[in-house]
Design a protein around this ligand. Structure first.
Ligand SMILES: [Cu+2]
Length: 218
């Protein structure tokens, strides 16, 4: 191979590699799941979410995820939620995943909810055994942090493909919180639930649309 041909081959390889890196960065930065609005209207709305142990669909069938139900009752693979300002948000989360456990037992205590409590399968609690938590729903800017009880490891009829249905093993967690002024707030899970990633914190735990999201307060 001549020197010119070798130089050309190297240049082509570098250009290809650069293009791949640019594609990765641009697609990472521009991924934006659809906005899912709460149902109802100011001053009281309802959000319905579910967590699944594995999404079961492309692009990451084995990633753990949240989903949100839109006002038409359709499950959407998104964590970008729209709620009105200065309102009460009633939340229902159907929890289909098993427990991972909290890294900090302090998070077993619900914070920032109305009454400082959560309701799990019809019973009111002001603390959850940290070993039983599967995920948390936390909005740091509003001081909200809610531990979500996982289904038992040996539960029958566990769901592995989203969206899960209520005929599959789940726990139902409800709570309410208040919104303040308009803004774009971050919310996320704090349980190291990303199976197969270092310390459980990569992949879905750092991706909007999976275990991280935005609360669009408008
Ligand atoms: Cu999680």
């Amino acid at each position: 191979m001549s020197r010119a041909a070798r130089a050309l081959a190297v240049a082509a390889g570098v250009a290809f590699g650069t293009a791949l890196i640019v594609y990765y960065i641009v697609s990472y930065l521009t991924v934006s799941p659809p906005v899912v609005a709460a149902t109802g209207s100011k001053p009281r709305v309802h959000l319905t979410l579910q967590t699944v142990a594995s999404f079961g669909n492309p692009p990451h069938p084995d990633w753990v995820s949240y989903l949100a139900r839109d006002p038409h009752g359709k499950w959407v693979h998104s964590t970008v939620l729209r709620v009105p300002a200065y309102s009460t948000v009633d939340v229902t989360i159907y929890q289909f995943d098993t427990a991972t456990g909290l890294r900090n037992p302090f998070w077993g205590q619900p914070r920032g909810t109305i009454g400082g409590t959560i309701n799990v399968d019809g019973k009111t609690f002001n603390v959850l055994n940290p070993d039983l938590a599967s995920h948390t729903f936390a909005i740091s800017d509003l001081g909200v942090s809610v531990p979500l009880k996982g289904v038992a490891d040996n539960a029958k009829n566990q769901c592995s493909v989203a969206p899960c249905t209520l005929s599959e093993a789940h726990t139902t967690v409800t709570f309410s919180f208040k919104t303040g002024k308009p803004g774009k707030l971050r919310w996320q899970c704090f349980v190291p639930c990303a199976f197969g990633f270092p310390l459980g914190f990569g992949g879905p735990m750092q991706s909007i649309g999976w275990m991280d999201g935005y609360l669009m307060v408008q």
